[in-house]
Design a protein around this ligand. Structure first.
Ligand SMILES: [Zn+2]
Length: 61
């Protein structure tokens, strides 16, 4: 899986290939995330996983 980022809305997502357009906003400015963006993506994933584990994500939406 690649980690891709949309230059328009900065949506960061995992995808098997670099998609032609952003799955969120539809813009065609999608590129591969750089080192720092990948790091940030994993950091946010970890926070989200922790919130789900503690039941906060469901409670706060
Ligand atoms: Zn986008």
């Amino acid at each position: 899986m690649k980690i891709c980022i949309c230059e328009s809305c900065h949506y960061t997502f995992r995808y098997p290939i670099l998609p032609p357009s952003c799955p969120d906003c539809g813009h065609k400015k999608v590129r591969l995330a750089d080192k720092n963006e990948i790091k940030e993506f994993h950091r946010l994933q970890a926070i989200l996983a922790e919130e789900i584990r503690m039941g906060l994500y469901a409670a706060t939406g």
